[in-house]
Design a protein around this ligand. Sequence first.
Ligand SMILES: Nc1ncnc2c1ncn2[C@@H]1O[C@H](COP(=O)(O)OP(=O)(O)OP(=O)(O)O)[C@@H](O)[C@H]1O
Length: 232
Amino acid sequence: MSNILECNNLSKSFGSKKALKNVSLAIPRGKIVGLLGPNGSGKSTLIKICNELLTPSEGEILISGQKPGIGTKKIVSYLPERTYLNDWMKVSELVSFFTDFYEDFDADIAYDMLQRLSINPQDRLKTMSKGTKEKVQLILVMSRKAELYLLDEPIGGVDPAARDYILDTIINNYNENATIIISTHLISDIEKILDHIVFLKDGQVFLSKGVDEIREESGKSVDLLFREVFKC
Ligand SMILES: Nc1ncnc2c1ncn2[C@@H]1O[C@H](COP(=O)(O)OP(=O)(O)OP(=O)(O)O)[C@@H](O)[C@H]1O
């Protein structure tokens, strides 16, 4: 089967600023991938190109063999770095909205995860703390049966005690043939669930490798390797 994501010599410029430079990547299906890099290294730019929010300056990106567009929106579930949901809505209304909007949305899974995380579906988003809003958004995104999940900074506002629980909930609810790409700075929290990592440095791929391979070759955790590679 084809790779879920392929970038071929992908570049993106904003004026004279090159946010991505000749990025070539192949991400197979069924993996949990950490898209890691310091501030400004191009992570969100890459994710936005996957979602057609930005267009490449050069090169191409293919999702399941297709350029980003209507076809790929059906198979990609995207959690943006900033919330886009109407915060006057109740969680139950958001679940209905997603049910109407996405054919692959499973409301039962969403309600099950909400219950496990003790979130009342009758609460309005605007009355919730930042971390709880993040949980709701993540639950909505992960309740689709997508082929590719793109999560841009999913758990930054969630307290450390709840992070593991959320990660477990995600892992137990998603389809094993799907791929999850997670952009995050919380590497130590998330590395136990990662199969593969991509390090971006100044808009270029510095490293793209299996996590087990990294540990075997270097004897280091991903978190430690990141701190060494990107030492200020
Ligand atoms: N709309 C834009 N206009 C101009 N420059 C931009 C724009 N969006 C991003 N950039 C620049 O592109 C580079 C990559 O930004 P990007 O947001 O992709 O980084 P990131 O790795 O997601 O960073 P962070 O970890 O801080 O979220 C940065 O230098 C940023 O300033």
